[in-house]
Design a protein around this ligand. Structure first.
Ligand code: FES
Length: 161
């Protein structure tokens, strides 16, 4: 078991099942997602079956069960971005990558997360990839951006081969 996970469980020692959500949030904050190993350990700690933990965690869409992709895409769905067409941008991303928001592609390259206003409303609609912002994106721009990242992933692959 990871030390970080052990620390979280130790800090919550003596607390009962009511601490489940809190523990899940802490683990996700530390590890970026809820690994199967973590869910099993939390279950052992709280004396809860893992199926129950998955049941609770999947009910809340704040929890994820896979790590972020190499390129983590945040799509702003705040009001300004919504008005300027962020729903369509999100759809394009989901179609192109064949995943839904909250998921990671099978090759681990991309993940999509929907976020609330990221504070750049004047640039709406905005997406960010690993912290790099793209302003005023439409569907065509979104496809272009993805192509660019796919190309650089391929290039990296060749260089590392
Ligand atoms: S609503 Fe998207 S940046 Fe503010």
């Amino acid at each position: 078991m990871g030390t970080q996970l052990q620390n979280i469980l130790d800090n919550n020692a003596g607390r009962g099942r009511e601490s489940l959500i809190h523990i899940l949030q802490e683990v996700q904050e530390q590890q970026g997602y809820l690994s199967q190993e973590a869910v099993i350990e939390i279950g052992a700690h709280l004396k809860l079956p893992t199926s129950k933990i998955y049941g609770v965690a999947t009910f809340y869409n704040q929890f994820r069960f896979k790590p972020f992709g190499q390129y983590h895409i945040q799509v702003c769905r705040g009001t300004a971005c919504h008005v300027k067409g962020s729903a369509s941008v999100l759809n394009t991303l989901q179609q192109e990558l064949k995943i839904k928001a909250g998921e990671t592609t099978r090759d681990g390259l991309f993940s999509i997360e929907v976020v609330a206003c990221i504070g750049a409303c004047g640039l709406a609609p905005v997406i960010s990839i690993n912290g790099e912002f793209f302003a005023g994106v439409d569907n065509a721009a979104t496809r272009k951006i993805l192509k660019k990242y796919k190309r650089s992933a391929k290039k990296q692959e060749v260089e590392n081969a």
